[in-house]
Design a protein. Sequence first.
Length: 525
Amino acid sequence: MVGAGFGGLYALHKYREQGLSVRVFEAAPDVGGTWYFNRYPGARCDVESVDYCFSFSDELQQEWTWTEKYATQTEILAYLNWVADRLDLRSGITFNTRVISARLDEVSLRWTITTDTGEVVQSRFFVLATGPLSAAMTPEFNGLDTFGGEIYHTAHWPHEGVDFTGKRVGVIGTGSSGVQSIPIIAKQADQLYVFQRTPNYSVPAGNRPLSAEEIADVKANYAERRRMSWRSGGGSPHVAHPKLTMELSPEERRAAFEERWQLGGVLFSKTFTDQMTDLEANEEARKFYEEKVRAVIDDPAVAELLIPNDHPIGTKRICTDDNYFQTFNRPNVKLVSVRKTPIESFDQTGVNTSDAHYDLDVVVMATGFDAMTGALAKIEIVGRGGETLTEDWSNGPRTYLGLGVDAFPNLFLVSGPGAPAVLANMVLHAEAHINWIADAIRYLDEHGYAAIEATSDAVDNWIAECNQRAEATLFPKANSWYLGANVPGKPRVFMLFIGGFAVYLDIINEVADAGYKGFELIKVP
């Protein structure tokens, strides 16, 4: 197993319970995965805290109490540490250890795993719970190494925090981590420059403390809340409006958008079921959104730069914020469009764009991730015929169900490409994958099989199905990280299953019930 975030922790617990011998390797010094590393100011989950936690144990659900509607990174990490201690998981995890290679023995169908500490272990199964957002990216800016000030990346934030008081700060990037951190940095910094290439849609989070009554109600009704989540499109108990967008009068439509806006968060894009498939419906949501945002920005020219106009709303993941747009009304905050005036270089004292120099003491890289495949590409994974996974995926990731890869028997992915992944509640998604893999291993053992391997036809057909489903939506109209568009040279392939969480679960369960249709089950003589 690689990774000790939500997926890795549950896998260790689940597979131990099944009587399997499990080793987990984690590059960080402790548990948490993405929530260990991403400690930047304002880091917070955009799925409600009472849903973004393990469902497999009602004891855990009842014992832990969340304090806010949307949990901070600090609270999520505290929760994961509590789970690790509560279930005695640390003894199965080797920390500060990065897996650098995994090589298949084609005769025994076992994997030889090598770590950066020199340890070599052999295993029958190789499970990758590396996380879709764990390979941080820093663009190759000219002269970055000559900058004399401090440089931080939001995904590798110092544990002791950073004090911006009295400093001139530049934040590069206005994706989720930029949107969350900029309002907090602006309150401390003497001067803040925000360097924006692409504006993003962001909706107020509507975060607030949870009352004792709300907590009691959730805990009393967790079974039904989880049932709704497992049968939903995104892994949370959201229910869209029963009618389609244009079936309502303008007044009724506005009231529905307003209600969802006041609730806050990313689910604004799911107010109506047709928002992500019908351009006219999407445009209604976009117009409402634009009116809301323009109303809180003092300078119309700044508003023009901050409101996206190059993709339908929701086709990139909507950010959630706490007074993000209002931050640009502050006298110490300046927005710099690097689409209009690109960053050309860094020097000792700051940043040079095509038309100006900005003196800086601190640079914050909020430049995102090589999503879905970046962490996997850092491991040399060698399958049949000596081919590496990176070579196999040179034209885009190839998986069957987001779980298996042809020519890589007994290798399993957790929440990777070809699955709903980041389009769903990642905790329930990880549980679903871990459970499916556990059942597959049990099936192999009960029927005398040594290995399970996706067939090439099944992989090809699954890629075609994922593409076909994506093309039936508005998602391909955005140049998003769902397609790898933020990584120079990365193939433009829509990497997710977009048909919905419940639909996906039905598909993978049908495959299992049919004796693992699309997989070859192998006996070693």
